[in-house]
Design a protein around this ligand. Sequence first.
Ligand code: FAD
Length: 539
Amino acid sequence: MPDASRRYDAAIVGGGHNGLVCAAYLAAAGLKVVILERRGVVGGAAVTEEFHPGFRNSVASYTVSLLNPKIIRDLDLAAQGLQIVERRVSNFLPISDGEYLIVGEGRTYDELAKFSAKDAARLDDYAASVDRVAEILRVLALETPPNVVEGNWRMAWPELLRAARIGGRLAKLPMAARRDLLTLFASSAGDFLDSWFESDPIKAVYGFDGIVGTYASPYAPGTAYVLLHHVFGEANGKKGAWGHAIGGMGAITQAMSKVAAGRGVDIRVNCAVREVMVQNGRAAGVVTEAGEIIHAAAVISNVNPRLLYQQLMDSSALPADFRERIARWRCGSGSFRMNVALSELPRFTCLPDAGDHHSAGIIFGPTLSYMERAYFDARMHGWSQQPIIEMVIPSTLDDTLAPPGRHVASLFCQHVAPQLPNGGSWDDKRETVADLMIDTVNSYAPNFKASVLGRQILSPLDLERIFGLTDGDIFHGAMSLDQMFSARPMLGHGNYRGPLPGLYMCGSGTHPGGGVTGAPGHNAAREIIGDFRRRRLSS
Ligand SMILES: Cc1cc2nc3c(=O)[nH]c(=O)nc-3n(C[C@H](O)[C@H](O)[C@H](O)COP(=O)(O)OP(=O)(O)OC[C@H]3O[C@@H](n4cnc5c(N)ncnc54)[C@H](O)[C@@H]3O)c2cc1C
């Protein structure tokens, strides 16, 4: 018999926010849970760290909207001190020396009318049409997708019911919304936005959401869905709004961690899992890097599916077809991330004084065709000489991050090649590309470069090394239609269950995908609790 102290109902591999959420729900259902986290801190890609003496920032994930309100309520994260504040305006797009667009509540109409009165007149219809479809996604996010099963009608029946429930919901939509839904699920962000608007700046601001964390042209089919994925959230009840967690993204995961610990979850950091143990054809626990054996009725993976199945499991334990297909799981979001410590705020040539625009998501990438070129350039050369960057300066909303009068900024740079062409290493190119990113911002705000007091650079390779993100993929796998919903991470395993009894997945590589949503963790916990209740798992 295993040592009872090392025997758990559930062992969670990875303490990202989804692992923490899953653990908190499992513990609330009375299960004995352990989280095993490789790093010295839980939170995964949602952490706050000091990256330069005296300067702290959300070093990877940096802005909040997708975190599901039910999860915030169920875990009572506010009681743990979580406070989310809204940006003063949503987005700022510097265009040229004299031109810019600001998008934000009560401001977008007048701002857009500077470029096109016709576009301004279409704004409300656009917002309503996108929101109608986003509403469907909000509901589906907390549901388990119908699983595609083999076998007799008994196995298929519950899944057919699930599918029928979703179908019934869609059937209630007016025809116009059903058409929008098809467009948003199947077409490109570029085509979708071209069908609504004529002026470039608004298409660039909205189109950025279609390529964020997605290594593709904004005209690639499927990017309209990525756009939708970035508007289905809310900040403080405001649909589609993005905000900032005081203390950074780590404040979210520290609050989750306190809730989980308070419910009795054992949280172990600096405790990497080396292997998932398989006994008699089922997952039976894990072996840590230090060689410790931890037995558990359910092993739940919070890591990228390819990492789990290719590196943490004996491949002979997996069905051959599963093994081959998971090797093809497409990863590599083409993201390059920098944190910079600043002596002063950037003075934009087009809008030099300090103002609301400094609290916005500041997008460098003035047109969709610029964004498309950036992608093709990166495919050819590894990165684009004219890169796309979103810069957020959270210290304009939060004085806990930088010394008084100083600032921190997140630079989220899109479209660098996950693997450099001709076998180059990111270790050799990191500084060059970082300089290019700084120069790019500097070309819009000429005091920027001189204001940088320190910088942290995270290439795709660094994202993999530090955060365990396979090929630097921020979403644990591309969010293309072939890798979404029932097919995330594979048809037949879209219900958080792996190919062996006792093996589950709760990370962003499952429905509804990436982002700090908590939804995969929430949904996986519901399935696992159900399996304990149905006695498919036993303590
Ligand atoms: C640069 C960047 C910017 C982003 N920006 C945003 C944003 O602004 N807003 C947003 O909503 N989303 C953003 N995202 C996406 C979002 O952060 C992720 O989708 C989300 O955090 C993933 O959460 P997770 O819990 O599924 O997995 P992760 O956060 O990846 O957690 C997995 C955990 O598993 C651990 N682990 C790995 N291997 C092992 C092992 N062998 N043993 C034990 N532990 C292991 C890792 O250390 C990690 O802690 C961003 C991501 C990145 C990287």
